[in-house]
Ligand binder design. Structure first.
Ligand code: MEV
Length: 435
């Protein structure tokens, strides 16, 4: 295959034809990329112009978690996920806690940060003398850009020099703090940072025949520990009934606590534990058009803030009260980005009753805690596979192109038997041989 130039100028059909010519995609399968295009031309344009080299839409199911109560308010929460058991697991925990007072959540701060990374080849002592004099100029240079955000009580809230010359010769950062209201604000932050960088590069105070500023890069930081939400559930230990009738409330509480303590001391378990939290958080972020990669990168760094990767949740059992808490940084937005563009994100926001960014942070955190609670509660009782594989059964049946009759027989049989791919396969083959 030779190097291709101008692929992005091709139309969608030309791109698909090129791919079929240069890959193992059968020509007959090209049409499958048409199956998921939006029927409405305007909506289809939204998708086709969202990314470069677009060839089609890639559908993922959207479902809803019901009975979620957060701070006494009831929500129906849309989840976008490909994992069969995620919505069921979150819904089960949501209902369980709805009967025990619901989830509680609070947002602590919503400050975001960006950095201008630069070199300056002068005496660091001089830099520290000069910086307070130029701070105002740097800030003023962004005034036009921050005007609208300041009207909404946002904008730049701090501008600080960080001297890194001990670690890297001549290297400094300007750390800029932002409040971006209900927007995630990535573009706003990056635009401001680039303006500050240009101003810095042109300041007489730092640029002369002897010394000059060399900008390395200007970019927001996705590490947002100042965008923190705390979410918890709590009830008397005696009320921890019903998840599994074979386990007493005390044993449930103690085993639950130990499983969470294990995630706090063992990285192999911690990563899986936190992945379970992200089953819910990611599903909400995808449904609401938020950046799930930024959020995951941040939360996993946050999980290592004590120098060791840990689980993001804590259990306490005090005076016979069981409390389960998640603390997580989530820099989310409900305006801007694709929230105003994606046709389904708009509907998702309506289902959520148009939350502001702070409420969405609480919704996402509660969803993560719900999924994680469900996973732990199953792990310490029945194990995860029975519920997980029951939900996965229909995927296996779809893979085997099962008929309606085969589905009915299989669903009936596996009500009381353990599901695995090979056992279901054998079961279907047996039906096919004997019929
Ligand atoms: C599966 O998607 C998530 C779990 O592995 C999470 C956990 O182990 O806590 C069940």
């Amino acid at each position: 295959m030779g190097i291709i130039s101008g692929f992005s100028k091709f139309d969608r059909n030309q791109r698909l034809a090129y791919i079929a010519d240069h890959s193992e995609l059968e020509v007959s399968k090209i049409l499958s990329f048409n199956d998921y295009c939006a029927p409405n031309e305007n909506q289809q344009r939204v998708f086709s112009e969202m990314i470069e080299n677009y060839i089609g839409n890639f559908p993922t199911p959207i479902g809803v978690v019901t009975n979620m109560i957060i701070n006494d308010e009831q929500f129906i929460i849309p989840f976008v996920t490909e994992e069969s058991s995620v919505v069921a697991a979150a819904s089960k925990a949501a209902k369980y806690w709805a009967e025990r007072g619901g989830f509680r959540a609070e947002v602590h701060t919503m400050t975001k940060k960006g950095q201008v990374h630069f070199n300056w080849n002068g005496d660091p002592f001089r830099m520290h003398q000069i910086f307070p004099q130029i701070q105002g100029k740097l800030l003023n240079s962004t005034h036009d850009l921050t005007d609208k955000m300041r009207q909404r009580e946002g904008g730049i809230t701090g501008l600080e020099l960080i001297d890194k010359t001990n670690e890297l010769t001549d290297y400094y950062q300007i750390d800029v703090s932002f409040k971006t209201g209900d927007a995630m604000g990535a573009n706003f932050i990056n635009t401001c940072l680039e303006k500050i960088a240009t101003t810095l590069q042109n300041l007489d105070e730092l640029n002369s025949d002897q010394n000059s500023v060399e900008i390395i890069m200007s970019i927001l930081s996705n590490y947002t520990p100042e965008c923190k939400v705390r979410c918890w559930v709590e009830c008397p230990v005696e009320k921890l009934t019903g998840w599994n009738k074979d386990l007493s409330c005390n044993l449930f509480a103690n085993k639950f606590k130990q499983s969470v303590d294990i995630a706090n001391l063992d990285i192999s378990r911690a990563v899986t534990h936190n992945k379970g939290i992200f089953n819910g958080i990611d599903a909400v972020l995808l449904a609401t058009g938020n950046d799930s990669r930024a959020t995951a990168a941040c939360a996993h760094a946050y999980a290592s803030k004590e120098g060791k990767y840990k689980g993001l949740t804590q259990v306490t059992i005090t005076d016979r009260t069981f409390r389960y808490e998640l603390e997580i940084p989530l820099a989310l937005g409900t305006v801007g980005g694709i929230t105003q563009i994606h046709p389904l994100v708009k509907s998702v926001m309506a289902i959520l009753k148009f939350p502001d960014a702070s409420k969405l942070m609480m919704i996402a955190a509660a969803s993560g805690l719900a999924n994680n609670f469900s996973a732990i509660a199953s792990l310490i009782t029945t194990g995860i596979q029975s519920g997980h594989m029951k939900m996965h059964l229909s995927n296996i049946l779809n893979q085997l192109n099962a008929t309606e009759q085969e589905r009915n027989l299989t669903n009936e049989y596996f009500k009381n038997s353990t599901v695995s791919h090979s056992v279901v396969y054998d079961f279907i083959m047996q039906i096919r041989i004997t019929s």
